[in-house]
Design a protein around this ligand. Structure first.
Ligand code: SAH
Length: 258
């Protein structure tokens, strides 16, 4: 399926996620999980408080241990960003530094454009307690703020990563906003729906359902419209044929109504 291919593609092509002085191993594990959910694979850790590797990260990473395994450790943010062309400092509080501020959606669009041009990009996240220092923000090109309740806008680290990752993934995902899940059975085409409807119409005619005569056209139209808006699967149409057949059989057995 195309969706699966896209996730593989973005796994190698997305931004790096840089955590500056993360404190809890558990949070690093949850970040790895959120990253893998969103097709991101490149985790960079700047001076993690409890050292690295950290066994506390393993269980919360769930199936995303590959992301932890591939994580690289740096002493400073400057070193972690050395091979990047463009970096985004995520912060709950823009701190009065003069820089352009992006929303997560705007960030995703900007990432797509830059990555498309071959730039190496990084999303930078701060420590749980203190967030990014002004010096860290100064090393980045732009700021990303998730607009939330101004009185309570600070996200948990992994949730912040998930929101950015989610927008990144969505910006490359073509899943329609709503679609009919038809399981194994493909949707019936209009020809199959019409063939069923014509059979139903014949059978209803044979029991004088369309009565009085002058109402026949509108009754037929309404019924036809009903079946056409059902978006039936081929299996649904077979079931409906089965229902009609069963009614015919029952009538034959019973004999004509008096
Ligand atoms: N106590 C810190 C917040 C730390 S939350 C402070 O007040 O700054 C951990 C990290 O998650 C932040 O450094 C930032 O990278 C990210 N984050 C949390 N909330 C965010 C928001 N609303 N917008 C953007 N990033 C956010």
């Amino acid at each position: 399926m195309a969706g699966t291919d896209r996730s593989k593609e973005s796994r190698t092509g997305g931004p790096a996620v840089v955590l500056v002085q993360p404190q809890l191993g558990e949070n690093i594990g949850m970040v790895a999980r959120a990253m893998m959910n969103c097709g991101l694979g490149e985790l960079r850790l700047v001076a993690p408080r409890d050292g690295w590797p950290n066994p506390a990260a393993e269980a919360p990473a769930s199936g995303a241990r590959a992301v932890l395994k591939a994580a690289r450790v740096y002493e400073t943010l400057c070193e972690a960003l050395a091979d990047c062309h463009f970096s985004y400092a995520t912060t709950a509080r823009p701190r009065g530094i003069i820089k352009e501020v992006f929303t997560p959606k705007g960030t995703a669009a900007d990432l797509r454009r830059r990555i498309g041009e071959g730039q190496k990009t990084a999303l930078v996240f701060g420590a749980e307690r203190t967030g990014l220092e002004a010096e860290d923000v100064a090393l980045c090109d732009v700021i990303v703020n998730v607009p939330l309740n101004p009185a309570f806008s600070s996200l948990n680290l992994a949730q912040a990563v998930l929101i950015l990752g989610y927008e990144w993934y969505q910006s490359g995902d073509e899943t329609p906003e709503a679609y009919l899940q038809t399981g194994e059975s493909p949707p019936a085409d209009k020809g199959e729906v019409s063939a069923f409807f014509e059979r139903l119409e014949d059978e209803l005619d044979s029991v004088n359902f369309f009565w009085p005569d002058h109402k026949r056209p509108s009754m037929v139209r309404n019924l036809r419209s009903l079946f056409n808006r059902l978006e039936p699967t081929q299996q649904d149409i077979r079931t409906l044929h089965g229902v009609v057949s069963a009614l015919i059989m029952a009538r034959k057995k019973r004999g004509p109504r008096k």
